[in-house]
Design a protein around this ligand. Structure first.
Ligand code: GTP
Ligand code: SPV
Ligand code: MN
Length: 581
């Protein structure tokens, strides 16, 4: 591998700080992956799964206090506090390096430091970007192999000697008291210490592809978004590409590989978590999936809810924090209607009904995209796929209709900026708390969120055909706490309406918040949902909406004058239409 002098120097400096016993450069080969797995099998980091039914699959149990992203320990270390904005934790670069530096000093003594050159995005795409991360975790090395493109392909993609995001990761002592996930956008640098889990540790994912990339995207005029990407094929074989933002554990992976319950329609998977989108020369928005794998939520994944996922995780998959059956197969709540006998829970303890969930609620599978039966033929196209519609979805048990469409781009940006959602197990802390999560980017925007709204608005004049913007909510419940909408494969009915809206041939009714499907416009042929329940799922209640918008002035107010006037004007107009006095 040909390594640039800048990269070499940074790795040397890093080794000086962390003092590993040896440094290994990763080449991304299969031999390297296999050797890493062997090492972890022999030291107990991985447990082998049933080689007949789950070939090349392994179970990893993380430290019990290291099971999800820790947002309170995640910081944007821009020079100016205002450039991180009120929705991010902030530390000065000097403070960040001082604090984390103390945890990192000598942290790799007696350990191997792996250097991983990785590429986010398909080889040969002008939209792809390189990173170099170092880590003392073999689990991270194997996961990066599955989730990114590792080795020379990354080094070759660098446009200059210093054209890479540098990421320093150490497990430290895994104590939450000595854990920090720091981002230095001005230095294109990430420091993460004290966690070996998911987005905290696989630095290519949230740290690079969202927090640092969003800041880079603003400078360079593109969008780095927390979005799935799909192609929706109609019965004539025409494919319409959509990208959709939903907060953590709120339906991206499931929608990305939905098995259509509508004859003739199907969903092709391009990505399930992150979209990088550029405007091309003709003014068309195009998206690539910067990742090469899925890090998906296990609980509730079943042949009924997500047949593609259950099929793709039957080989070459690393499971983290799922339960283990007596046959050494992975298990999680929802996989089968009844839990099998003789389960070990996610911490390896014998499990019995009544002792809480057997799999951790944020347990996950890590698997390459190409194993997904619905992977799109275009998923690695260096030119990306043309995006005709954008979806903002959130998890709300009330108020927010199943689907509605923004009046135009700017109104859609307002709807995205006003998104609220209920928290999930993907982050440590309380589950089910309603919070503002603009565009599902609250934990991932690497700069001031008000400037992010401005950046979104600035895209519109550059687009010849601005994508239609839709808002969805699969999670609205009735008075008895039951979901009003069956979800999963039935969501394709909603996708069909979107595709027809994009083509200009689906009926819609105007409400104060946007267009909802007109009576009969949503295809419910063969669906077991009463018209009354469907009406309830689509209902826009002015009183409920006005109450739900109440805290929005305060939220926008935290950004001071940085919030674009277009956004606050849309809020005022919406209130007026809803009949506010
Ligand atoms: P991250 O990987 O954390 O970003 O999550 P995600 O947005 O990819 O969410 P995912 O698709 O993994 O779904 C999270 C949870 O929501 C799982 O328990 C799913 O079963 C559930 N879920 C997903 N789609 C639907 C749906 O259409 N209806 C209902 N009721 N639940 C859903
Ligand atoms: C999320 O929390 O949005 C995830 C899981 O996708 S993690 O990669 O851990 O951030
Ligand atoms: Mn997901």
């Amino acid at each position: 591998m040909s390594v640039t002098s800048v990269a070499e120097k940074w790795v040397e400096t890093t080794a000086g700080l962390t003092q590993p016993s040896r440094t290994v450069w990763c080449d991304g080969s299969k031999a390297e992956y296999d050797a890493t797995i062997e090492t972890m099998l022999s030291d107990g980091t991985l447990l082998p799964l049933n080689a007949k039914t789950y070939p090349n699959c392994y179970l990893h149990r993380s430290h019990p206090s290291d099971v999800a992203r820790t947002e309170q320990l995640t910081f944007i270390c821009s020079r100016e506090r205002d450039d991180a904005g009120p929705t991010n934790n902030w530390m000065s670069p000097a403070d960040g390096k001082g604090k984390a530096g103390a945890y990192l000093k000598g942290a790799m003594k007696g350990r191997t430091m792996y250097v991983i050159p990785y590429l986010m995005g398909p080889a040969g795409s002008s939209m792809s970007r390189a990173g170099i991360m170092v880590t003392d975790s073999a689990y991270v090395v194997a996961s990066m192999h599955l989730m990114t493109r590792v080795g020379q392909v990354a080094l070759s993609a660098m446009r200059r000697d210093d054209d890479f995001i540098a990421g320093l990761h150490s497990l430290g002592d895994l104590s939450p008291d000595r854990r920090l996930i720091l981002h230095f956008p001005e230095e294109k640098l990430i420091w993460s210490v004290g966690s070996g889990y998911g987005g905290n540790a696989l630095l290519g994912k949230k740290c690079h592809a969202l927090r640092i990339a969003s800041s880079q995207a603003r400078e360079e005029g593109w969008l780095a978004e927390h979005m799935l990407i799909i192609g929706v094929e109609d019965p004539e074989g025409r494919v319409t590409y959509l990208a959709g933002a939903m907060p953590s554990a709120s339906g991206k992976t499931n929608l990305a590989m939905a098995v259509s319950q509508l004859p003739g329609w199907r969903v092709w998977t391009v990505g399930d978590d992150i979209a990088w989108m550029h405007v091309d020369k003709t003014g068309q928005l195009r998206a690539i999936n910067p990742e090469r794998g899925f890090f998906g939520v296990a609980p509730n994944t079943s042949p009924k809810t997500n047949a593609n996922a259950t099929q793709m995780v039957r080989s070459n998959t690393i499971f983290t924090n799922v339960a283990l059956t007596a046959d050494r197969e992975p298990w999680w709540e929802g996989l089968t209607p009844e839990p099998p006998r003789g389960l070990e829970d996610w911490q390896g303890r014998p499990w019995s009904p009544g002792s809480g969930p057997a799999a951790h609620p944020n347990s996950r599978f890590t698997v390459p995209v190409h194993q997904c039966p619905s992977a799109s033929p275009s998923w690695e196209d260096p030119a990306g796929v043309p995006i005709s519609g954008l979806i903002f979805g959130s998890r709300r048990t009330s108020v927010i209709p199943l689907v509605f469409e923004a009046f135009d781009w700017n109104h859609g940006v307002f709807l995205g900026s006003a998104m609220s959602t209920e928290t999930t197990a993907a982050i440590t802390g309380k589950v089910g708390v309603v919070r503002r999560d603009p565009m599902a980017m609250l934990p991932f925007c690497g700069y001031n969120m008000a400037d992010y709204f401005t950046h979104w608005l600035s895209m519109q004049p550059r687009l010849t055909r601005a994508p239609r913007i839709f808002r969805v909510n699969w999670f609205r419940k009735d008075a008895d706490g039951k979901f009003l909408w069956p979800g999963y494969g039935e969501n394709v009915r909603v996708l069909k309406w979107m595709v027809e809206r994009i083509r200009g041939n689906a009926g819609a009714t105007e409400t104060p918040v946007g267009f909802v499907p007109a009576e009969g416009a949503l295809d419910i042929n063969g669906l077991d949902v009463t018209p009354a329940r469907l009406r309830e799922a689509l209902r826009c209640d002015s009183g409920e909406w006005l109450a739900a918008l109440q805290d929005l002035d305060e939220f926008y107010g935290t950004f001071g004058s940085r919030v674009p006037a277009t956004i606050t004007r849309h809020l005022a107009e919406t209130r007026k239409k809803l009949g506010a006095r």
